[in-house]
Design a binder for this molecule. Sequence first.
Ligand SMILES: Nc1ncnc2c1ncn2[C@@H]1O[C@H](COP(=O)(O)OP(=O)(O)OP(=O)(O)O)[C@@H](O)[C@H]1O
Ligand SMILES: [Mg+2]
Length: 289
Amino acid sequence: MQILYGVVQRMGMDIPEYWESINTKSLKGLIMVLGAPDMGKSTFCEYLVQRLAKEHNHVALMDGDPGQSRLGPPTTLNLSLNSGVRRVFVGSTSPVRHMLPMLVAASKLVHEAKSAGAEAIVYDTTGLIDEHQGGVTFKQAKIDLLQPSVILALQRGKELEPILAPFGKRGGPQIIDVKPSLAVQARNMYMRRRYRRLKFTKYFTDPQRVTLDWSKFAVFPKPYFTKHVLVGLEDIEGFTVALGIALDIRPQERTVTLLLPKISLDEVKVLRVGDILVDPMSFEDRKIL
Ligand SMILES: Nc1ncnc2c1ncn2[C@@H]1O[C@H](COP(=O)(O)OP(=O)(O)OP(=O)(O)O)[C@@H](O)[C@H]1O
Ligand SMILES: [Mg+2]
């Protein structure tokens, strides 16, 4: 059994009997886990990965939540493969107003998982299912684009029906209802904020300051940097090499000084300016879009 990078089944995880009765032998390909916020999606995905690792040599975990991400810093989607983690910056901690970058990132990572030969890809999604925030259209578009083989619907009532009803009638993908654990602990806005601050603090432990001549890079969407804006540094394929916080901007010299983790920037071809500010002292984040 391969030990997945970053995924260890936690002590104290409640494993309901009905989870144990899921027939994992029939689960392969892209397995999407859907649910409202605080349904225990991420914990269930950890459990599922452990179960699937008994059936397959290569199980990938796709952490598709840029707010409460487990495998990387906030604002990124992360894919855990046998070979390590692949990361894509989406520019914000929330999918709202960033649905297109979310879809592009998800598609890129799922394609990567398939190319790497993953037999099963467990996709942990965000809790955005609210119709008024665009959650229904967004999730339906994601299903249509990525064509999962199975959807595991983690719901207490029928809250996922608005998203899933048409797929049920169409007869694909297969939808399996899963009841959430009673041990789930809801997290309020302050707890979520604190979690993000801790993740950013950890990411920028032992940082370096680097001044870049931005005219030497492809800058998306355009070379307009704001103080403390979060910037994604990408390789030629669009995978994220590092995140940086803009500390000093000199438009006349076309330079930006970034706070970065101490890693090699040799592969960086693209600077992607995000829609979020991160304070380089407190690591609190603030949306600008
Ligand atoms: N099966 C479980 N056993 C024990 N604790 C659990 C279990 N499921 C969830 N929890 C607790 O509830 C918290 C929230 O669960 P989790 O992060 O899995 O939910 P989520 O649906 O992914 O939330 P989000 O909407 O933020 O993505 C966890 O930090 C954990 O403390
Ligand atoms: Mg989660």
